[in-house]
Design a protein. Structure first.
Length: 265
């Protein structure tokens, strides 16, 4: 997919790579960071060494993910600043558990930066129904599960539009984060084939359409849902910054009734 790779660990090259990824000129970045364009040029060519405060300032202006801010700090000769704790740390786990439980009877999941499943509530088990054991081995990747023809991809009624939306989302995340892992996942998912399914069908939104629904066969029914994604505000931990909470909501009364029935049975 042609994602810009970040391989060289020199500070100047890493800085230039992130500036180019964000499509920001040296002059514009210098203005935003309140330094001279000449000094910024020297930082990129290695003729000047940044202070730790300068690394943090430039990282903030370029919206560099915390994991890669640590890499910039190390490349500049400083110790990493942002810790990388377990997602199961008590304060984080308590918050996640309350959010997941509070969203029942509807599904909710927590994923990491690579879309690997971290936690889920009981209703989210519907996404695993009938899925081959090979796809359920740790770590379970929810993007893969969503589009694999032997998982949800084979049960999506509106596969073409959901697939297009998810691949676009994944491509943008790979480009924004500099993640080769996400780029590889995008290419894997884009190569899936679905015999008899026209992937070029484009849905033209109608006057009542608000969101792209997820329409999935579940037994004899077709459930229609939309999702919201939330993240932790102002994180200072690498792991916490990369967590995303995806909650699924019924798109019609019939879908809501199905989940209500399951919760009371």
């Amino acid at each position: 997919m042609g994602a810009l790779a970040i391989e060289d660990e020199s500070f100047g090259d890493l800085l230039r790579s992130w500036r180019q990824r964000r499509r920001v000129s040296q002059l514009d970045l210098a203005i935003e960071a309140e330094v001279s364009a000449r000094h910024l040029s020297f930082l990129e060519t290695g003729r000047a060494r940044p202070s730790r405060e300068m690394v943090m300032k430039l990282s903030e202006e370029l919206e560099v993910p915390l994991r890669h801010r640590n890499r910039l700090l190390v490349a500049a000769g400083f110790a990493p600043v942002f810790p990388e704790r377990e997602a199961r740390a008590p304060v984080v786990r308590q918050a996640l558990d309350k959010i997941l439980a509070g969203h029942e009877p509807y599904p909710a999941i927590v994923v990491d930066a690579a879309w690997n499943l971290v936690a889920a509530n009981a209703p989210a088990a519907m996404f695993m129904d009938g899925v081959p054991e090979e796809l359920l081995k740790e770590p379970v990747n929810m993007m893969r599960l969503s589009l694999h023809p032997e998982a949800m991809g084979g049960r999506l009624v509106n596969l073409a539009e959901v697939r297009a939306h998810l691949l676009h989302q994944l491509r943008r995340q790979a480009e924004a984060s500099g993640s080769g892992q996400l780029a590889e996942l995008h290419d894997e998912l884009a190569a899936y084939t679905y015999p008899g399914v026209d992937l070029n069908v484009a849905h033209v939104p109608g006057p009542a359409d608000i969101l792209v629904p997820l329409r999935i066969r579940h037994g004899t029914r077709i459930l229609s849902m939309f999702t919201t994604i939330a993240t932790f505000g102002t994180p200072l931990d690498v792991t916490v910054a990369e967590l995303a909470i995806e909650t699924f909501w019924p798109n019609d009364d019939e879908t809501a009734a199905v989940f209500q029935q399951h919760s009371s049975s």
